[in-house]
Design a protein around this ligand. Structure first.
Ligand code: SF4
Length: 326
């Protein structure tokens, strides 16, 4: 591994003063970054450890719940307010990684983690995300884990997070700090599709730091479910996952939120399927109809074409669980 400098600023300003320099990376839990450095996928000159910043708070606000960027995945998943108000988030967090990793991984780091495409991690292979212009090994190669939505001829990778799928479904807001002050952006607009620049995973500027996320109050706590389909029951990334949240009154759906993981370069929100459910009865038939709507525009690349059947089945099943039908 290349030698690097390590600094640990005590203040947010101290972090903002140094993160914009070329070759600089932020480290918190390091559960992804250290792997990337060991494999030579990334080789920073300087690591800026942000663990001294006071960003671990989980607190109710007037309009929702604020979760600091340094709150550990394990702590958030066990927090009483999260369990009570946003069980979907707790379920998604517990479906991710392993207990040991959740004890190190932070909310901000979870958002910033990079794809687990095998070609991205193998520095002997072509990969437009790791080395722009070298090609994409996965499009004609082994692509069982890859995207069926929103891909480009440059990259068909997926974002690997479970937590982010729940936060996208719950209409969370990302709060970032920069030299010009604070900026807030919808969670669904934080991550990018690959387009012509797959090397960029999100819309965070180089001089910005994620400080937290906020989840607005909602009526989904009673009827929500995170369903993750994977090759083994623990410590595996999603083939397909679905975050489903329903607001049901007397058997009728007043509001719905749906997002998928393991299918796109970002958490994939299913807006049309959500709309189709509003005002309808919470029945298996309506859930299956919504699942079919959600698949418009899906495309398989060979090894991953099984997801074209797995995804709608997972959506319908997650909705049944959320509605208490199973
Ligand atoms: Fe690289 Fe993306 Fe292609 Fe994977 S899918 S090899 S990350 S360009």
């Amino acid at each position: 591994m290349k030698q690097f400098q390590y600094v640990r600023p005590a203040t947010q300003q101290g972090v903002l003063d140094v993160i914009n320099k070329p070759g600089t990376k932020i480290i918190a839990g390091g559960t992804n970054l250290v792997d990337l450095m060991k494999r030579g996928v990334t080789a920073p000159d300087k690591l800026v450890d942000i663990n001294q910043l006071p960003l671990k708070t989980i607190a109710a606000t007037k309009t929702g719940l604020h979760i600091g960027a340094l709150a550990l995945n394990s702590v958030v998943s066990e927090n009483a307010v999260v369990a009570d108000k946003h069980p979907l988030l707790a379920m998604a967090l517990k479906a991710g990684a392993s207990p040991q990793l959740r004890n190190m991984a932070t909310v901000g780091g979870n958002m910033m983690q990079r794809t687990r495409c095998g070609y991205f991690y193998d520095v002997t292979m072509p990969c437009n995300k790791r080395a722009p212009g070298t090609g994409c090994g996965a499009i004609e190669g082994i692509n069982r884990m890859h995207a069926i939505f929103g891909a480009s001829p440059q990259c068909i990778a997926v974002h690997p997070s479970d937590m982010c799928v729940a936060l996208a479904a719950l209409d969370a807001t990302v709060i970032v700090a920069g030299k010009k002050g604070e900026r807030r952006l919808p969670f669904t607009e934080f991550h990018r599709l690959p387009g012509d620049h797959p090397e960029l995973d999100n819309h965070l500027a180089k001089d910005e730091l994620i400080t937290g996320v906020e989840i607005p109050d909602n009526n989904f706590a009673k009827n929500s479910y995170y369903l993750k389909i994977r090759d083994r029951q623990s410590y595996a990334f999603a083939l397909v996952s679905v975050a489903a949240a329903l607001d049901i009154e007397n058997g009728t759906i007043k509001d719905a939120r749906l997002a998928m993981g393991g299918v796109a370069h970002k958490p994939w929100r299913l807006f049309d399927a959500e709309k189709s459910l509003i005002g309808k009865k919470a029945t298996e038939e309506n859930f299956e109809h919504a699942a079919q709507l959600a698949m418009r525009g899906a495309k398989g690349y060979g090894n991953n074409s099984f997801k074209l059947k797995l995804a709608p089945a997972t959506i319908a099943e997650a909705l049944k669980h959320a509605a208490g039908l199973v």
